[in-house]
Write a protein that binds this ligand. Structure first.
Ligand code: AMP
Length: 455
C-alpha cells in the first residue's frame, strides 16, 4: 500500500499567509524559462495555490494527489511539470491524461497546446462521440500527450494497430472522483494494466471518496497530498444569493434578473434536458442571446454551443449538470440555479463556474415552495446562510404578459421540434438545436425585450 503524506493546507487548517504566496513566481517553483514565458503569454502572472503546492513536488518526481477543483488552475499544476519533463527527455506518447468528459478533454488539450506551443507539443484527444478513424490517424502520428476518456481509449488500445502506451512516463487521472462515479472503474483498471508501473502518476479529484482512495492505493507510489480549500475562493470572490419565489413565476423572475444584470455573461442551470431546451427557446423568443448545452444534443452541437458561448457570440448558456463541472468558461459572471440542484454537492460545482482564477462573480439560486428542504441542505453544506437577491416585485410582475406569450411560443416550438425529430427528417449532426427549432422566434409582442444596461 502506498503511503501518502499531507502537504498544503488540510481542511480546517489556517490558510498560509497570502503575501508568502504572492512572492512566488513560476520560476521560483522550478519551471523552466520557456514555459515561464508561455505562462506569461497566457496572462498567468503568478501561480495559483494548487500550482504553488503541486509543481515543485511534481518536478522532484513525486506522485501527487491533488485535491482541487476545476477553476483552481489544476490543469496547469499537472501540465507544467509534464511539459518540463518532456523538454528534458523528449519522447512520443509521453503522457496520458484520463478525464471523465469530452468537453474537459478538449479543454485540457487546449491548455497543453497553449503552454507547449513554443516547444511544438502535439496532443491527441481521444473521446467518444467522435469519428474513431480520425482518432486512429492522430494516434498513428504518436503525439506527445494523449487526453482521453477511458472507454474510447480502451477501444483504441484494443483495436488500433500499432498503438500502445508501453513507454508512457506520466499518467494523470483528472477529476478521478467523477471518472469513478461514472462507472469507468473497470476501464481504468484495464488501462493501468497496459501502462508501465515505472511512471509518475498525478491524481486530481475534487473530493476524496472511498473509490478514489482505493484507486490511489492501486496506482500511486509514495504520493504527496496537495489540498487547496475551495471555500477560501468562495468566501472571497463569490457573492451568493437566493431568491424565494412561487414556482409559477420562475420564468418571469429569470427574465427580470437577466435584464437587471444585463451586460454580464450568464450560465443558467436547469435540471432536465427538456427544461434547458424550453428555457433557451423562451429566452430567445424574448430577444436574449441564449444557447443550450445538454446531454440530448450531439457532441458536435454541444461543442458548437460551448464555442459560441466562449467566443462571446452568446451571453447566456443554459445547461444541465452535464456542464456543471469541468468546463473552462473563463468569463461567466453570473450563475443562476434556475432549478435547484438535487445533490447539494452539485451546487458547489455549479457556482464554481464563476469567480474563477481570482475573478469575482455572483450566483443566484431560485428557491420555490418545493425546494426549501434542498436549499437548507445547501446552506448546511456550505456552512452559511445566503442573503436574498434584491428584486422589485412590481417591476417583475410587469413582465408577466410578455413572458407568458413567449412561454406559449416556446412550447409550440418544442412540440414542433419533437414532431420533426420523430419523423426523423432532421439531420442529427449540424445545427444547434435551438436555432434549428425556432420557426417563430422573436414573434413575441415588442420583439426584443432585452434592455441594454452597463455592468
Ligand atoms: P483549471 O482549474 O485548470 O480548469 O483552470 C481554470 C482557469 O484558470 C483556466 O482558464 C486557466 O487558463 C486559468 N489559469 C490557470 N492557471 C492560472 C494562473 N496561474 N493565473 C491565471 N489564470 C490561470
Amino acid at each position: 500500500m502506498a503511503a501518502s503524506q499531507e502537504h498544503g493546507s488540510p481542511a480546517g487548517a489556517p490558510e498560509p499567509p497570502v503575501e508568502e504566496e504572492d512572492a512566488k513566481t513560476f520560476k521560483d517553483l522550478g519551471v523552466t524559462d520557456v514555459l515561464c514565458e508561455a505562462c506569461d503569454q497566457l496572462g498567468w502572472k503568478k501561480p495559483t495555490k494548487i500550482q504553488v503546492e503541486a509543481i515543485p513536488l511534481a518536478l522532484q518526481g513525486r506522485d501527487i494527489i491533488g485535491l482541487a477543483e476545476t477553476g483552481s488552475g489544476k490543469t496547469g499544476a499537472f501540465a507544467l511539470p509534464i511539459l518540463n519533463a518532456l523538454l528534458e527527455t523528449p519522447q512520443r506518447l509521453f503522457a496520458l491524461v484520463l478525464t471523465p468528459t469530452r468537453e474537459l478533454a478538449f479543454q485540457i488539450s487546449e491548455q497543453f497546446e497553449a503552454l507547449g506551443s513554443s516547444i511544438g507539443v502535439q496532443t491527441a484527444v481521444i473521446v467518444g462521440g467522435i469519428d474513431s478513424m480520425s482518432q486512429s490517424l492522430a494516434l498513428a502520428k504518436k503525439p506527445h500527450v494523449v487526453i482521453a476518456t477511458p472507454g474510447r481509449l480502451i477501444d483504441h488500445l484494443e483495436n488500433t494497430k500499432g498503438f500502445n502506451l508501453r513507454a508512457l512516463k506520466y499518467l494523470v487521472m483528472d477529476e478521478a472522483d467523477r471518472i469513478l462515479n461514472m462507472d469507468f472503474e473497470t476501464e481504468v483498471d484495464k488501462i493501468l494494466k497496459v501502462i508501465p508501473r515505472d511512471r509518475k502518476t498525478f491524481l486530481f479529484s475534487a473530493t476524496m471518496t472511498k473509490k478514489v482512495q482505493k484507486l490511489q492505493r492501486a496506482a500511486l507510489k509514495n504520493a504527496v497530498k496537495c489540498a487547496v480549500s475551495s471555500k477560501y475562493q468562495t468566501v472571497e470572490k463569490l457573492q451568493q444569493y437566493y431568491l424565494f419565489i412561487p414556482s409559477k413565476f420562475k420564468d418571469t423572475y429569470l427574465v427580470y434578473i437577466l435584464n437587471e444584470l444585463a451586460g454580464n455573461s450568464f450560465m443558467i442551470f436547469c435540471s432536465t434536458c427538456n427544461n434547458t431546451q424550453r428555457t433557451a427557446l423562451l429566452l430567445r423568443n424574448l430577444g436574449f442571446t441564449a444557447i443550450p448545452l445538454h446531454g440530448q444534443m450531439s457532441q458536435t452541437k454541444r461543442l458548437g454551443s460551448l464555442n459560441k458561448f466562449k467566443a462571446k457570440a452568446r451571453s447566456i448558456l443554459l445547461a444541465t449538470d452535464v456542464a456543471s463541472r469541468g468546463l473552462d468558461i473563463p468569463h461567466v459572471d453570473v450563475v443562476v440555479n434556475f432549478d435547484i440542484p438535487t445533490h447539494s454537492k452539485d451546487y458547489i460545482h455549479r457556482v464554481g463556474r464563476t469567480a474563477r482564477a481570482g475573478r469575482s462573480g455572483k450566483s443566484i439560486t431560485f428557491v420555490t415552495q418545493y425546494d426549501v428542504e434542498l436549499f437548507q441542505r445547501i446552506e448546511h453544506l456550505i456552512g452559511k446562510k445566503l442573503p436574498v437577491f434584491p428584486t422589485q416585485d412590481d417591476e417583475v410582475m410587469m413582465l408577466t404578459e410578455r413572458v407568458t406569450e413567449a412561454q406559449r411560443f416556446a412550447r409550440m416550438e418544442l412540440r414542433e421540434h419533437g414532431e420533426k425529430k420523430k419523423r426523423s427528417r432532421e439531420d442529427a449532426g449540424d445545427n444547434d438545436d435551438t436555432e434549428g427549432a425556432i420557426g417563430v422566434r422573436n414573434k413575441v409582442a415588442g420583439g426584443k425585450m432585452r434592455k441594454r444596461r452597463g455592468r
